[in-house]
Design a protein around this ligand. Sequence first.
Ligand code: GLU
Length: 303
Amino acid sequence: MNYNEVLNQIYNESKLQPKIGNVAISIPELAGIDPEKFGIHLIILNNNEFGIGDHLEKFSIQSVSKALTTALAFSFYDEKVWERVGVEPSGNPFNSLVQLEYEKGIPRNPFINAGALVIADMLISRLENPKAEFLQFIREVSGYPDINYNFKVAKSEKETGFRNAALCNFLKSFGNIKNEVEEVLDFYYHQCSIEMTCQELAHSFYFFANEGKTKKGMPVLTTSQVKRLNALMQTCGFYDESGEFTYKVGLPGKSGIGGGIVALYPKNFVVATWSPRLNEKGNSELGMFALEQLTTKTGMSIF
Ligand code: GLU
């Protein structure tokens, strides 16, 4: 298959799509981003990689980071993670509070904000210097030593993160946050502020497609663990639009309000897209379109 040609076609067709959706405004520091940005980067396992458009420009990965924190927590705690976080789709917006009350402080899954806050708490309990060590983990799995937090974005979210603060306090009231609320929120805002290019993002998720091992062969998760996290990304990775993403694209993945999406076909490829215009559910409109085109044109979906 000529992937260069396929990406070119998808890129050109995507550019002709109506401009639907808006840039996320919940984090003031992100609100000024150019909505026209658009990039795709595809890595074929044990083979070549291909990129087009703004695929080498850094953007805020936001909730995409939740798959990486969950992977690190899973590597430490294994199945014990699921004593404090569930594995079911929530069917509610990512920052919803209501379900937590009914379910007594056990978030539905690690990819909604409440679940990611519990995962952050688990990492803090385990790491001596959580922010530095998590960054080190990302740099190692991706193979890019200059990946970093954007401290301005983290600060901007902290100043306006009233809902996350509410969630974290609420979780603490149920005993499902063990550390100080302030510390958990600080870690969470920083993990979300990480910046990557599409290329770096695709490399960071290589181990999810490569049976738990990075491109350099470093083991991050066991094959069984990676199977489980890919399943979770499939069912819960796209807010309350995970069903639609599965229907249209047919790959596990994770999205973020910075407009990034990463998706993968186990043992085959990893692909990252970036386009900041978000649909009503908070997923990148053009990113979803491009990925739907990719699996349709190549026939490469897990279904
Ligand atoms: N930091 C953002 C928040 O907590 C992440 C949202 C997202 O990307 O889904 O609201």
